[in-house]
Design a protein around this ligand. Structure first.
Ligand SMILES: CCCCCCCCCCCCCCCC(=O)SCCNC(=O)CCNC(=O)[C@H](O)C(C)(C)COP(=O)(O)OP(=O)(O)OC[C@H]1O[C@@H](n2cnc3c(N)ncnc32)[C@H](O)[C@@H]1OP(=O)(O)O
Length: 164
């Protein structure tokens, strides 16, 4: 576990504009490439924020043809988690709000953008949106993240890795 935490800490480095950001870890529900249930989100630095193009598939269906609201929230939360790579250290979601303005459709590509709105002590106030290619916003979001030490993550133990 300590080795995994150290590997994660190395991901907090400098990323030029346009660079692809790393995944949180291989099995992350949002971005992990080895999670068969996951969204496999890939985020890029975009100015001081992050952006991603994302298409939901039938694993994340709610009403027929429409993405489950919880799946949308997962992707937005994870995108905020990618923003943390530009902040230089870890933080966790304390509050997440989503405004579902229009159905998010299975098989349609959306552009997602997330930015830091302000920093206040340990708190990061962030905002995000997902838009259709034509530019209409289908969701908007705000969240409060609280900075934590890397040791925060030692409360959990990845599958097959004993806590130490
Ligand atoms: C595998 C191994 C390798 C490691 C690999 C790691 C992988 C890493 C993966 C990351 C993936 C990312 C994916 C997305 C991000 C998640 O999904 S994170 C997971 C979901 N979130 C959590 O589990 C967080 C659970 N909550 C907690 O642990 C604790 O509540 C927290 C957040 C650490 C805060 O604890 P605390 O410090 O005791 O809390 P508290 O003092 O009450 O509040 C902190 C501050 O927030 C303020 N606050 C609280 N609520 C609010 C609010 N709603 N609005 C405004 N301010 C508020 C408080 O007033 C306080 O302010 P200050 O007094 O500091 O000014």
């Amino acid at each position: 576990m300590q080795a995994l935490l150290a590997m994660w800490a190395e991901k907090f480095t400098v990323y030029p504009d346009g660079a692809e950001l790393p995944t949180h870890h291989d099995h992350c529900l949002g971005c992990g490439p080895n999670n068969p249930h996951g969204h496999h989100l890939r985020a890029l630095r975009h100015g001081d924020g992050v952006q991603a193009w994302h298409t939901f598939d039938n694993r994340h269906v709610g009403a027929p043809g429409i993405v489950h609201g919880g799946a949308v929230a997962t992707v937005v939360d994870d995108l905020y988690g990618c923003l943390l790579f530009l902040e230089g250290g870890p933080a966790v979601t304390r509050q997440l709000t989503i405004e579902y303005l229009a159905p998010v459709l299975i098989g349609a590509e959306y552009r997602l953008q997330a930015d830091v709105v302000r920093r206040e002590g340990r708190k990061l106030f962030v905002a995000a949106r997902a838009t259709e290619p034509a530019g209409r916003a289908v969701i908007t979001s705000t969240a409060v993240f609280v900075k934590v030490s890397v040791e925060h993550f030692a409360q959990g133990s990845p599958p097959g890795v004993p806590a130490d």
